[in-house]
Write a protein that binds this ligand. Structure first.
Ligand SMILES: [Zn+2]
Ligand SMILES: [Zn+2]
Length: 353
């Protein structure tokens, strides 16, 4: 398996972002990403997908969309849609119809910022997901860079501080979202977690300050989705796009916060009697299963079974756990950075059945 780093969920001038697709590709090249997935609100932008190259580097820019019902007040229920190959925003008023439309088009969809609190100092309302009775979606956006920002800016002064020192923002996915994910997994569903930046490269003007806050460059070094594909990227758009979307659909990925240290090299695998598995896979419990996680540098490893913490390995790089019990197993890694312990890696589960 080959690991590639993807930043996904971002906006350009086609919706409420300030940059162009070219700006995004350049920022992705500068920060060493392998691919980006741009998702403007309620529009599927045509003609920009492809490889952008500044030799010796290249980055694959893919285009999806983020759809919500613009007539709804407040404008909740945002859905990230990839690979549907047509604009589905006309279905926005009914979340299940929208999700069915994606599934029928062989696309993938993820509930965006499941918990997205209000930020009254900026007249931003709560735009969490509400329609939890839906089915057939691929997964959820476990960690959204922008929702997390909204949790730390009770006043404009806080926002000004974080505009200059954004490295202090990132701590972890919103706890209610993590809880919700574990709950959904406990019902037997397979729910893929991805991490999104929700980058807009916003302009901020306040008294003496005018600057682009949280530029694409910054976001691309923070919340990413590391994805495992069977062959290295080829440089050919349709082949690589297919590999990436298949891997995301299968949950062969983990959510990372790459600012404290690169998470490239993280693995979480299982070995059974006859089969081995990676994140997102199922493996039979019969005969026992050995779970193994490996980190690229030391951190605290936490192993969860069915949403419950069952083991901690402090300042380690490896953990091994043998089980004979079926369950949904996932790993988190937490690392000290700028004076506090911060979420660093959130794996997709291995489903031991
Ligand atoms: Zn949104
Ligand atoms: Zn967004």
């Amino acid at each position: 398996m080959h690991e590639i780093v993807i930043n996904l969920h971002m906006h350009t001038r086609y919706s409420d972002g300030s940059g162009t697709h070219k700006d995004i590709a350049q920022a992705a090249l500068d920060t060493g990403l392998d691919a980006v997935i741009v998702t403007d609100h309620n529009v599927l932008v045509q003609g920009v997908e492809g490889y952008y190259r500044v030799p010796p580097r290249r980055v694959l820019l893919l285009v999806g969309q983020e759809v919500h019902d613009q007539d709804r007040d407040p404008q909740k229920n945002h859905l990230l849609i990839f690979n549907a190959n047509r604009d589905l925003s006309t279905l926005a008023d009914d979340p299940q119809a929208l999700i069915n439309g994606v599934a029928d088009a062989n696309g993938l969809c993820f509930i965006a910022h499941p918990n997205d609190p209000a930020a009254p100092a900026f007249h931003e309302t709560d735009i969490s997901w509400e329609s939890w009775n839906v089915e057939r979606y691929t997964g959820i956006e476990l960690w959204n860079g922008l929702s997390e920002l909204k949790t730390v800016i009770p006043t404009k002064l806080h926002a000004a501080f974080y505009a200059f020192f954004p490295q202090f923002i990132g701590q972890q996915p919103i706890p209610d979202t993590l809880r919700r994910w574990d709950e959904l997994l406990s019902t037997g569903k397979r729910i893929v977690a991805i991490g999104g930046s929700d980058a807009h490269a916003m302009h901020m003007s306040m008294a003496f300050i005018h600057r682009v806050i949280f530029p694409y460059h910054f976001h691309f070094k923070t919340v990413n989705t590391h994805t495992f594909i069977p062959e290295p990227l080829t440089g050919e758009v349709s082949t690589d796009k297919k590999m990436i979307y298949e891997a995301l659909a299968n949950g062969h990925c983990f959510v990372s916060y790459d600012l404290p240290a690169s998470t490239r090299g993280f693995t979480f695998r299982a070995k059974g009697l006859e089969k081995s598995a990676i994140m997102g896979d199922e493996i039979p419990v019969k005969g026992g299963v050995t779970l193994q996680a490996h980190l690229p540098s030391p951190a605290d490893i936490r192993l969860f079974k069915d949403g419950k913490l069952i083991g901690i390995w402090q300042k380690g790089q490896n953990c091994t756990y043998i089980t004979t019990e079926p369950g949904v197993y996932r790993v988190e890694a937490w690392k000290n950075y700028l004076g506090r312990k911060r979420g660093w890696i959130f794996s997709n589960p291995i489903y031991v059945r």
